[in-house]
Write a protein that binds this ligand. Structure first.
Ligand code: SF4
Ligand code: SF4
Length: 266
């Protein structure tokens, strides 16, 4: 049975998914480039900046709790919930760097930011209002659904999301600066390495190994709290705290140890 926290999270994600046609332009990777070449900081550019700032306090919780594509992917995971391969993670950075360069080039060629327009090319504040917008929306949804059903849980987050790197950068910064933010903490002495947390992770992370190694930070962790809520030993907590573990990620394809039936000795 799902915890109250996970029920709340699922409702928020469902609401975000239903609002996707409204908010599409505010998450658009294209409009921010088009606006850049006209010297206009479009709504999506402001949102991307806001995501970076939010990650300094909430890490990647945006992805886990209120992201529209995230909600769509978790709905797809009810149909196909195979784990996602680790190699996908790097793809988004390979796409992100030239995309960011195109935005910078646009503003440089336009002579800087001359205007901030949250409603740039968004009539009445609603993104999908014309056939043209419907077609774009349809293809975005199709891409997310196909990736989720073929490559695994939240594979769009892992491989293509242009928003994730902003949140990862903020999260990494807080790890380096040791500033308090929303984080996972765990008492490894309580863990029986049953692996239930790893199975429940929507980002296919090797949570049991992360607990064992006391390395709870992972750039792909979206702080959804599923692992904390499902652990029968209440080993993991989602808390506001400073970093405690090492800034070293446990590989996602790390082979977990077999269930030992007793607490792991430290
Ligand atoms: S669910 Fe809890 S006890 Fe089981 S492996 Fe994860 S942290 Fe350990
Ligand atoms: S490690 Fe835990 S909090 Fe992070 S994404 Fe996986 S289940 Fe969610």
């Amino acid at each position: 049975m799902k915890s109250k926290r996970q029920k709340t999270r699922k409702i928020l994600l469902l609401a975000a998914m239903l609002l996707f046609p409204v908010v599409l332009n505010y998450l658009s990777p294209y409009l921010v480039i088009q606006g850049g070449f006209e010297g206009v900081l479009a709504g999506s550019g402001v949102v991307f900046g806001g995501l970076f700032v939010s990650s300094l306090v909430f890490g990647r919780a945006y992805c886990g709790w209120v992201c529209a594509p995230g909600g769509l992917q978790e709905a797809c995971a009810n149909i196909v919930s195979k784990p996602t391969g680790r190699r996908q993670n790097m793809v988004k950075y390979i796409v992100w760097v030239p995309w960011l360069a195109a935005i910078v080039l646009g503003f440089v060629s336009a002579g800087g930011i001359k205007e901030v327009d949250m409603l740039f090319l968004t009539d009445g504040g609603i993104s999908v209002t014309s056939i043209y917008n419907y077609v774009i929306y349809f293809f975005v949804v199709l891409l997310i659904v196909v990736l989720s059903l073929t490559l695994g849980k939240r594979s769009f987050c892992h491989s293509l999301c242009w928003m994730a790197p902003f949140l990862v950068l903020g999260s990494l910064l807080t790890e380096k600066l040791h500033t308090p933010r929303l984080r996972l903490r765990a008492d490894a002495s309580q863990c029986t390495h049953c692996g239930v947390c790893s199975k429940s992770c929507p980002m296919s992370l090797p949570v049991a190994d992360m607990v064992k190694q006391q390395s709870l930070f992972h750039t792909e962790c979206i702080l959804c709290g599923s692992c904390a809520d499902i652990c029968p030993r209440h080993t993991i907590q989602l808390t506001f705290s400073r970093p405690a573990g090492r800034l070293q990620e446990v590989p996602a394809n790390h082979q977990p140890e077999a269930f030992s039936g007793r607490a792991i000795k430290q």
